[in-house]
Design a protein around this ligand. Sequence first.
Ligand SMILES: NC(=O)c1ccc[n+]([C@@H]2O[C@H](COP(=O)([O-])OP(=O)(O)OC[C@H]3O[C@@H](n4cnc5c(N)ncnc54)[C@H](OP(=O)(O)O)[C@@H]3O)[C@@H](O)[C@H]2O)c1
Length: 181
Amino acid sequence: MSGKRVLITGATGGVGRFAVQLAHAQGARVTASTGDPGKHGDALRAMGADEVVLGPEHAEGEMDGVVDSVGGQQLVESFAKLAAHGTLVAVGDVTSRPVTFPPGAFLGSGNQHGRTIVTFYSLDGPAPGQDLEHLAGLMNETVLTPHIGWRGDWSRVDEAVDMLTSRTLHGKAVLDVSSDR
Ligand SMILES: NC(=O)c1ccc[n+]([C@@H]2O[C@H](COP(=O)([O-])OP(=O)(O)OC[C@H]3O[C@@H](n4cnc5c(N)ncnc54)[C@H](OP(=O)(O)O)[C@@H]3O)[C@@H](O)[C@H]2O)c1
């Protein structure tokens, strides 16, 4: 991945911030997209983002890869940024909005041939033990950090979900499971 350009949408999210760190660790040039670059720009750059943009439409240049965890219009805008033979990995859809591609979006003329969209499901394939061991190793080496944005008793799960869906909690929410319940 060294030198490749990678765009990551929802970069402040639980998925996005791991994608930023992993792509950076592999030597990619990372463009991170967030709804609030002023608030999250410094943190995203500290994670390894080379550029931070307000939505994929503001990313400059062509991308070799996209990791999209937002969906909706951001999926459409991100696909338009792919270079020839680039791949967009559709990981999630937090918007739950219909996706409509404009006329010509799938034409392969110019430098836009061979682009692909790939869906992804983390529980597909073999048991994730080896992958988790690898990621835990990267955390131990501080190549990766989970960025815990909130922690509380598991009885407060609704509070955590409300903060995630209202975009006020960024990163991971940790629920403590107490044995007396
Ligand atoms: N395929 C799989 O195996 C797999 C695995 C895990 C998760 N997922 C999916 O991946 C998606 C992201 O998960 P996550 O844990 O990263 O979620 P998250 O922590 O809530 O992060 C999503 C990010 O997207 C942005 N966002 C939220 N609502 C938005 C909206 N309406 N429009 C534009 N941007 C919005 C927010 O960033 P800003 O506020 O900074 O813009 C937020 O930080 C979910 O759909 C989840 O179900 C899929």
